[in-house]
Design a protein around this ligand. Structure first.
Ligand code: FCB
Length: 477
């Protein structure tokens, strides 16, 4: 098992004046069902799009699947003990839709729901606030067979499922996130196809994005009807988008990508309208005929908070003839109508995902949401980094991950100082896990998972984070 009680990484927290966080700051860590649970065919669970996708040849690195993952389904009480050892105040997890409502319609699979009830009871028993995400990408496969997120009916199905979850679990859960990162569901799932269900059609991706947001709005209403006291929000993955140069053409490239990456979701959810420039950019892809009267009012149903996932920045430049294709989420096909915009690398340090490390971008992002969109409480619902870890003599020292967390926590503190109502921070991730198309090849955990033995070993970043929580702060340098 873990050794979180051992001393923090030497000297890390000993120097410099402290940056102290507000007294009620919610310190947590996050995971997602398909990435950690395993037990894919147990307890009445049926396949989601990620089961089918990961079992399809060539979709994930080395054919990895979430069949076993971290075996959290069977090890849940130990994992909660581990969280308690680290001093987490909150744990953000997701409910697997195909575990609790296997076909995506109809009644509850009680055995599946009971798993989450036990998880919540364990958390509360250890004084850890449960934070429940309703959708972290695992759409029941029958709903995909019926059209998936590009089909309008999926939004209604999501609201119905959300209501079931709120009825069953909402007596003990205060915080609910509807969707995790709808950009990824829409544009990686239906645009570039690097995520499940692996479809590649720009218009479908845009339709999916709309129906995800419609599902979000309907789910907010459904959860509120069942649990008026719940704190409800959405989690969006935001990127500052910076032009590579001062040229007007690069500025326009940045405007386009900002529209697709950020404003596509922020504007409908928080302002009740699609940005006019986005609609114009998308004209060659879709006439937006899928947007019906009243949709935007539903989508902008008032929230209690907004979750921001932050990992990196996009730096972009205007198109040039014959440019090299970009990797992964930079693939042209996940930017419908703006496929020819170039994503530029600046040569700054990157993580094992090749994502540039840019802590000031977190301050920028949080300040922007607060300044341009909302006074609501904000939470960093994910932030973290993959690095190659080595298990040596039963220990994992991960100075790069630790430095990433430290830099971003300093940025979070700076945002608070600047007046952003940031109320909490969730490290991604508690455990190494199934990193989607990358399978088990990318480690984001603060806790190392030995996938052969399923042993959990707290990395030095976890021990450091435990100390940050205990002190409610960290040194300025
Ligand atoms: C986010 C996802 C999360 C994890 C991290 C690295 O996009 O929400 O599940 O994959 O990235």
């Amino acid at each position: 098992m873990s050794n979180p009680a051992s001393p923090p990484a030497v000297g890390v927290l000993d120097a410099g004046p402290a940056l102290t966080f507000p007294p009620d700051f919610l310190w947590g860590a996050a995971t997602a069902a398909y990435q950690i649970e395993g037990a894919a065919t147990e307890g009445g669970r049926a396949p989601s799009i990620w089961d089918i996708f990961s079992h399809t040849e060539g979709r994930t690195v080395a054919g990895h699947t979430g069949d076993v993952a971290c075996d959290h389904y069977h090890r849940m009480p130990d994992d909660v003990r581990l969280m308690a050892d680290l001093g987490l105040r909150s744990y953000r997890f997701s409910v697997s839709w195909p575990r609790v409502q296997p076909g995506g319609t109809g009644g509850v699979n009680q055995e599946g729901m009971d798993f989450y009830r036990r998880l919540i009871d364990e958390l509360l028993g250890h004084g850890i606030e449960p934070w429940l995400t309703l959708y972290h990408w695992d759409l029941p496969q029958p709903l995909e067979d019926a059209g998936g997120w590009p089909a309008r009916d999926t939004a209604a199905r999501f609201a119905e499922y959300s209501h079931l979850v709120a009825e069953a679990l909402g007596d003990r859960v205060k915080y609910f996130t509807t969707l995790n990162e709808p950009w990824c569901s829409a544009f990686l799932g239906y645009g570039s196809g690097v995520h499940a269900p692996g479809r590649r059609d720009g218009a479908d991706a845009v339709r999916a994005g709309h129906h995800l947001m419609l599902g979000h709005g309907l789910a907010v209403q459904a959860v509120r009807a069942a649990r008026p006291e719940a704190q409800l929000g959405i989690t969006v993955n935001l990127y500052p988008v910076t032009p590579a140069s001062g040229s007007a053409a690069d500025a326009d490239a940045a405007r386009r990508i900002d529209a697709l990456a950020n404003r596509f979701f922020l504007d409908p959810v928080l302002r009740g309208a699609y940005p006019a420039d986005l609609v114009a950019d998308l004209r060659q892809v879709t006439d937006m005929g899928h947007v019906r009267d009243g949709d935007l009012a539903t989508i902008s149903t008032p929230l209690d908070m907004v979750g921001v996932n932050y990992y990196s920045r996009h730096v972009v430049a205007a198109p040039v003839e014959g440019a090299e294709p970009e990797p992964y989420w930079r693939a042209p096909s996940c930017w419908p109508g703006s496929e020819d915009v170039r994503f530029v690398t600046r040569g700054v340090p990157v993580t094992d995902m090749d994502w540039e490390i840019d802590a000031p971008g977190l301050v920028e992002t949080l300040e922007r949401v607060h300044r341009e969109y909302t006074d609501l409480p904000l939470y960093v619902t994910e932030n973290g980094s993959a690095f190659v870890d080595e298990l040596v003599d039963g220990r994992v020292d991960d100075p790069d991950r630790l430095a990433y967390f430290a830099a971003h926590l300093r940025a979070a503190h700076a945002a608070i100082e600047a007046g952003v109502p940031l109320k909490g921070y969730f490290a991604w991730s508690l455990l190494d896990n199934f990193e989607w198309a990358w399978g088990y090849t990318k480690r984001f955990g603060m806790v190392y998972v030995d996938y052969d033995s399923q042993a959990r070993i707290a990395k030095s970043s976890a021990r450091w984070y435990a100390d940050v929580i205990r002190r409610n702060g960290l040194p300025a340098q």
